[in-house]
Unconditional design. Structure first.
Length: 239
């Protein structure tokens, strides 16, 4: 989802912004919304939203620090900041196909994330700056694969911070977390093919081109990385 930008996928497919300015984009979420008949907290039934019942923040997931950032699981208290991020014109272009989503939809995604942490051990994380602690983006994994042993990488950075390499910093940290801490077998990601900056983020994170497809009128390019390939890259690294 990105020097600063968005990666679909989630965001679900996607990454930094497109060719103009070479800025990263966001992963697309549209393909990951819950069907109305799913009986999970936060899902919509007959137009009425069920009450939130997830904890303030998912437990068992410590913070992750990078050179410039602190990553932590998103909590319900982040709703206002997350909604502002996801409705930013540059971010929503790739994350929500330009739709200015209502606050309730962002709220439901936080509910789904909390559920995913409980079921899979991963979900969506806040990207915050060291020091100020301000939320400047999001990242994380969405379940991928029938056995739940894979994750779809998502990321997005607020537009004023694009071009600083933050999306790459986040993506590299998430890939390492996915394999070393979560024990994922495979990590996948995708972006609009025009979104060159997001594709570069995936490549810098060590992911390998995994095909191209036309879906819902969108030309998408996919990347993937297996745990075995990740381990080989570590053993082949100099020093």
């Amino acid at each position: 989802m990105p020097g600063g930008g968005v990666g679909r996928g989630g965001g679900a497919r996607g990454g930094p912004q497109g060719l103009r300015g070479g800025r990263p984009g966001l992963h697309r979420f549209r393909g990951h919304e819950l069907p109305a008949d799913r009986g999970r907290a936060g899902a919509v039934h007959g137009g009425e939203e069920r009450a939130l019942n997830e904890p303030e923040a998912p437990g068992g997931s410590p913070e992750i620090e990078t050179d410039r950032l602190v990553l932590r699981p998103l909590a319900t208290g982040d709703l206002d900041a997350v909604h502002r991020l996801w409705t930013d014109p540059g971010v929503r272009r790739y994350l929500w196909d330009g739709e200015e989503i209502p606050r309730e939809k962002a709220r439901n995604m936080l509910v789904r994330s909390a559920e995913s942490f409980g079921e899979h051990g991963f979900g969506l994380w806040a990207v915050t700056e060291k020091g100020p602690g301000a939320l400047i983006g999001f990242c994380g994994f969405w379940p991928s694969g029938e056995d739940g042993r894979g994750g779809e990488l998502l990321y997005g950075i607020t537009t004023p911070r694009w071009g600083e390499g933050l999306a790459t910093e986040v993506a590299e940290a998430m890939v390492r977390h996915g394999f070393e801490d979560l024990g994922l077998d495979r990590i996948v990601a995708g972006a609009d093919t025009e979104n060159a900056a997001s594709l570069r983020v995936m490549e810098k994170a060590g992911m390998i081109h995994d095909g191209r497809d036309l879906r819902n009128g969108k030309d998408l390019t996919y990347y993937a990385l297996s745990r075995e390939a990740f381990r080989r890259s570590l053993s082949d690294a100099p020093g």
